[in-house]
Design a protein around this ligand. Structure first.
Ligand SMILES: [Fe+2]
Ligand SMILES: [Fe+2]
Length: 212
């Protein structure tokens, strides 16, 4: 494709972008242009703003998924978040509690990392650490029944967030399997999810979200 044709195609794509039906024109990224990235950037910002909807939809996938536990994974998530909320925890903390097991569906071998990655742009380093490492700390309550090391969490005993993670698991996570507990609904937490995920905290992510 000649330079002139390429230019016309890019201009056409740019016009289409204003009508929401545009596509970038490149077949290899190294051929891409500023106009291409204006199209993609516009789509990306709209897509990113819908992240809370996708997260809430994904939480709903945990509904009815018991895996042998006394409550299903959605109820466990709601109960963990409700306990944290009723204990006066901050909104980011409650949202972390709500999402901490969202990775169970796709991260069957490393679910804490899935939730931690989704939440990373929106929460403090401490809350991220709690989420990412809660698996080893939860293990204190059952690893020994599975032939594993009950004290696996001791690997982190000198870490500055050890106590915060131990407390999360003790107060809210390991205790959130009670079928009789009256948890708040997912709708109750929805505005919190939207507020916490409205804008990344770190500037590196924010730059990509700034309107062109
Ligand atoms: Fe978990
Ligand atoms: Fe959990």
């Amino acid at each position: 494709m000649g330079v002139e044709e390429r230019k016309i195609e890019a201009e056409t794509a740019h016009t289409m972008a204003e009508h929401g039906a545009a596509r970038a024109a490149f077949t290899e990224m190294k051929q891409s242009t500023k106009e291409d990235w204006e199209i993609i950037g516009g789509e990306y910002r709209a897509f990113a703003r819908e992240l809370p909807d996708r997260v809430l939809d994904h939480l709903r996938l945990l509904d009815g998924d018991f895996g042998g536990f006394p409550v299903d994974r959605l109820e466990h998530s709601l109960q963990t978040a409700t306990r944290a909320h009723r204990d006066g925890r901050s909104e980011p903390y409650v949202v972390m509690a709500l999402l901490h097991d969202i990775g169970d569906t796709l991260g069957s071998y490393n679910h804490p990392e899935v939730a931690a990655s989704i939440l990373k742009p929106f929460i403090s380093e401490e809350l991220h650490w709690i989420c990412q490492n809660h698996g080893a700390f939860q293990g204190y309550y059952y690893f020994h029944y599975l032939g594993m090391d009950q004290n696996a969490r001791d690997a982190f005993k000198d870490h500055k967030h050890y106590e915060a993670c131990r407390e999360f698991c003790e107060k809210y996570d390991q205790s959130a399997f009670d079928p009789e507990y009256k948890s708040e609904s997912l709708e109750f937490f929805e505005p919190m999810v939207r507020r916490v995920m409205a804008r990344p905290l770190a500037s590196a992510y924010n730059t990509a979200m700034e309107d062109a």
